[in-house]
Design a protein around this ligand. Sequence first.
Ligand code: NAD
Ligand code: UDX
Length: 466
Amino acid sequence: MKKINKICCIGAGYVGGPTMSVIAHKCPEIKVTVVDINANRIKAWNDENLDKLPVYEPGLKEIIAETRNKNLFFSTEVDKAIDEAEMIFISVNTPTKTYGKGKGQAADLKFIELCARNIAKVAKDDKIVVEKSTLPVRTAQAIKNILDNTGNHVNFEILSNPEFLAEGTAINDLLHADRVLIGGDETPEGEAAKEALSAIYEHWLPKENILKTNIWSSELSKLVANAFLAQRISSINSISALCEKTDANVQEVSKAIGLDSRIGSKFLNASVGFGGSCFQKDILNLVYIAKSYGLQEVADYWEQVIIMNDYQKSRFANNIISTLYNTVSGKKIVFYGWAFKKDTNDTRESAAIYVADALLEEQAEIVIYDPKVSEERIYADLDYLNTRSEEENRKLVTVVKDPIDASKDAHAIAVLTEWDEFKAYNWETIFKQMLKPAFVFDGRRILDKEKINSIGFNYYRIGENA
Ligand code: NAD
Ligand code: UDX
């Protein structure tokens, strides 16, 4: 089996950065170079000030401090890193297409194709190419076609090694992965490549946690894992709406059903809706793939997970509007949280964006506080929707650094992210500063209901009748 000494990872994002940091940390004899065409991102990964890393993840900066410029390098020299490496991970973004065939559903593979062409152009010796990005089933075929037609007699083995980390817990997830999935050709060369990749993970994970499959099962399993996880959230969120009508309590229902070991207790927290860069994109992709094979019923089944999620976000916004006497025009509503979940600075597809958009349509005045998300990012998220002009977004939305001060003269607080610090705030002070009646809408069910009610708030939370 070929021993790997040099790794290159193309794409220094939320996956490439943390995954390669952990590999470098656990495999000190391997030189790991993470490359990206985004020079600003690479500059931030190399910043002396570890609080300026482009990705916030608990535990990440400690690992970077230990490995960076020893056996972990961040660089914009893509060709050089490809040339040097024996194993190349492709970890670039695969967003939903915004144009052409499959617009709004299919994964946009242009960045993947560019990587494959770049590898084909540069490689002078045999390489193992690892799909780390989440890809539609059968993408490896396209990559292979590009790589095998270089005419330079280089042998490429393509592996699928999807990443299952969740943001906010990435380092822990990587260090203690439930399983690592490696798909590859079932030829002697394919098996050897799988072994070479497995040997890297075996530095810190038990061999029995490393699952080897054929390449198509591996590619498909990643989409299916995300679809199943998101389906649980949409299922419980659908029930949260029913709870609000029937005086049942969604948390009690979650607990009651989760104690059945066949169901299990995880991923049953009702919320304002799932966000993040993966769930929606990967389910839409699954829907598109099913349709492209003529499986309309399969496509419709999975699409319902997205429809329910959109419904949950608009239901939350509509509840704010109807509770505030059917008008929020000119009313100050404070958002606690903008990230799609706690412990990350990532806002992609965050429910907060869509709730804000619906309230802004009603001319609410929104004040936003998030401990890790920048003002620039928040405006970019709203501008991207193209619902109103950039000037209007800046006129109606203010981003603040002091969450308590923000509550002065507010009509309502909406909790959009489950940051722990929100629970510890002095809610008495917040109440005193707000206009009365003072409303709290808890999209994450994190506040202490008794306490918040006893202070005098009108408190609403997902999945429970006030
Ligand atoms: P990201 O947008 O944070 O990072 C991708 C990076 O790739 C960007 O910095 C971009 O500049 C770079 N890039 C794009 N094309 C390039 C090229 N040709 N050469 C060099 N660099 C290039 O994306 P991410 O969140 O890290 O996701 C990457 C992949 O991993 C996606 O397919 C995603 O679905 C999958 N994934 C993401 C997560 C997650 O939690 N974010 C988890 C599992 C899997
Ligand atoms: C997800 C998958 O969990 C991970 O395995 C995959 O690699 C990438 O996509 P991520 O999106 O980073 O990870 O975070 P996750 O913890 O799955 O949360 C996704 C969204 O669902 C968040 O908005 C979260 O708040 C929400 N969620 C999660 C709920 O609303 N209820 C739950 O019970 C769990």
